[in-house]
Write a protein of this length. Structure first.
Length: 289
């Protein structure tokens, strides 16, 4: 294992405002042997702004399988490398994760230099509960993966954050509204764009449908972050109780009896499902006999 000889630096860069970069990242970019950049055309703007003259190599979604071993070999042979993305923190919905993993497996030391991340910026602008939240990034294109994300989103009680490109924003808001179903009208959403830039905007909507309608009338421009309020836990419980209450009582009891529960325990579970007392269940069962 190679330890202490070389290093991969995971460097967070500004998501818009070039002033949002740490002194440590600047010092690192000046000192490494090479910078692995998601888009060298974008990164050169940052380097020129801070008068940093370092060689770059392209490292992005389309060449990561080919370039990851190449970069690891360069570090094993004594080069320090910094990995950066177009904006924000590498590995957060951006290239970097594979390179970090490969370095760890090869014994190459890795350190992460914190900085700007779009989803945390949007979350703090939204005014929504940030104690617990889910970051989903971009909706998966694979239908099976997307279905899993939407099912998780439908009933979550925590704030959920998505990324989206302007040309897909309206469609994605519509898909999220459809996934939320009847609860969509009760789930507020904040849509942010141009974060940290001159025309930064964070628009609050009472529902996902309202947000979709707004952007149907107003062409989306810029990169977007969608922050959606979680469902009310009491509302979910009420829906579940209604679904159980709509089921025939004997059929409901049979679900638990077939699992090996005795009648007393089954009645207790049924009462909890329906939000009533065990006595009520007992009385109703007697009436049905």
């Amino acid at each position: 294992m190679i330890v202490g000889l070389i290093m991969l630096y995971v460097c967070a860069t500004p998501i818009g405002n070039l002033g949002d970069i740490s002194l440590r990242v600047l010092e690192t970019l000046k000192s490494v042997d090479v910078i692995a950049a998601e888009d060298t055309r974008q990164t050169i703007k940052l380097l020129n702004h801070y008068d940093i003259k370092k060689p770059m190599v392209a490292y992005h979604e389309h060449n990561r399988y080919e370039m990851t071993p190449v970069l690891v070999d360069r570090m094993i042979n004594g080069e320090d490398i910094a990995v950066v993305t177009d904006a924000g923190t590498p590995a957060i919905s951006d290239p970097g994760e594979d390179l970090v993993k490969a370095c760890i497996e090869a014994g190459v030391e890795v350190t992460s230099l914190p900085g700007a991340t779009a989803f945390t910026t949007a979350l703090t602008l939204s005014g929504m509960n940030a104690r617990r939240f889910t970051f989903e990034g971009f909706l998966p294109k694979d239908k099976k993966e997307q279905k899993a994300v939407l099912e998780r989103f439908r009933d979550t009680t925590v704030t959920t954050v998505f990324y989206e490109a302007p040309h897909r924003l309206v469609k994605t808001l519509g898909v999220l509204a459809e996934a939320a179903g009847e609860a969509a009208g009760n789930r507020a959403v904040t849509v942010c764009k141009e974060l940290t830039k001159k025309h930064e905007q964070a628009l609050q909507f009472e529902s996902l449908s309202d947000a979709a309608e707004h952007y149907q009338k107003n062409e989306p421009k810029g990169e977007f972050v969608i922050v959606v309020e979680g469902r009310d836990a009491f509302e979910i419980e009420a829906e579940e109780q209604k679904a159980w209450s709509d089921m025939d009582l004997k059929e409901h009891m049979e679900i638990y009896l077939s699992q090996g529960m005795d009648k007393k325990e089954a009645m207790k579970r049924v009462a909890k499902d329906r939000g009533v007392s065990k006595r009520d269940i007992y009385r109703e069962l007697l009436e049905k006999e």
